[in-house]
Ligand binder design. Structure first.
Ligand code: ADP
Ligand code: ZN
Length: 289
């Protein structure tokens, strides 16, 4: 189950080539949304043995915590302190595991998609929000909580770009400056209606590249996958790649960056299914353990 702010996508199967059923449920209240989820899984011919959840957050992923598997402090009405994993476990009598939507997407891209063969992976989504998932040697990074790459501070030239940013916590963090709604608000129209040669895209590429340079320096990812609605803008990938190379300025001596940047910063191989398939991968790992 991919639990998103606008929709939940639930599917049953064993991998990308074996999806036996799927459903898309609009995100409303937890009661209503989770009731639809439970009836979908209960309606399956074969009993569902394990459920993986890739969820929007922030999440409590500390196994020893009394609120493990909860969505914690989200501003999304009704969802704060929602025990999403526990409620499914109780209702379905199945094993349930949970990770962030972006860690799940990173897992799926690593197993089946554009990050195959790379042990240390950064997956970023640039959509309604910005989020990043990280795999270290194939395993999702949690650490203290879980990475919150979307809220990374990025340098802003307030003369060239006076837009104040829209993050409720930080104003002009990466998400505040470069999410889809930030593009919309800054330029007065949604990204999908801005022409390819609009100044919006060079600025967008600049912010994304600043964040990616920080991630490259701190995490040393072997591949970077960029998903989300904003990356549908054709022309953004080449701009981001060029800007990343310019920012690194020859310091990172690796072929991926120096000569194979097209194969280093890539689109998701699994398209919009990366999150759902990552949740499925989590469930498959539970059945194997
Ligand atoms: P969510 O983050 O809610 O899952 P998406 O990843 O689809 O949703 O992102 C939605 C955002 O992407 C919106 O802000 C929208 O304006 C923007 N967007 C969608 N298509 C494009 C496009 N072709 N070019 C630029 N921005 C786009
Ligand atoms: Zn922020």
């Amino acid at each position: 189950m991919e639990a998103g702010g606008t929709k939940f996508v639930c599917a049953v199967g064993t991998g990308p080539d074996d999806i036996r059923a799927r459903v898309r449920i609009p995100t409303t209240t937890p009661d209503e949304t989770l009731a639809s989820v439970v009836s979908f899984f209960r309606a399956q011919r074969e009993a569902v043995s394990a459920v993986g959840i890739g969820a929007f957050g922030p999440l409590d992923l500390a196994p020893a915590s009394p609120t493990f598997g909860f969505i914690t402090s989200t501003p999304k009405p009704g969802w704060s302190q929602c025990d999403i994993a526990g409620r499914l476990r109780t209702a379905l009598g199945a094993r349930v595991t949970i990770d962030t939507d972006v860690n799940a997407a990173a897992i799926a891209e690593h197993r089946w998609g554009a990050a195959r063969g790379a042990g240390t992976v950064l997956y970023m989504t640039i959509g309604t929000g910005i989020g990043g998932g990280v795999l270290v040697n194939g395993a999702p990074l949690h650490g203290m909580l879980h990475p919150e790459i979307g809220h990374m501070p990025v340098p802003q030239d307030r003369v060239a770009d006076p837009y104040p940013g829209r993050c409720p916590y930080h104003g002009a963090c990466l998400e505040g400056l470069a999410s889809g709604p930030a593009v919309h608000e800054r330029w007065g129209q949604p990204g999908e209606t801005l022409p390819v040669d609009h100044a919006a895209w060079a600025l967008e590429a600049r912010y994304l590249a600043l964040a990616l340079a920080s991630c490259i320096y701190t995490l040393s990812p072997e591949r970077i996958v960029l998903g989300g609605g904003v990356m549908q803008q054709r022309g953004l990938f080449p701009l981001v790649r060029r800007e990343v190379q310019a920012l690194l300025n020859g310091y990172i001596r690796a072929a991926s960056v120096e000569t194979d940047i097209d194969g280093y910063i890539v689109a998701p191989g699994l398209g919009v299914d990366a999150g759902m398939l990552g949740a499925l991968a989590l469930a498959m790992d539970l059945t194997a353990s």
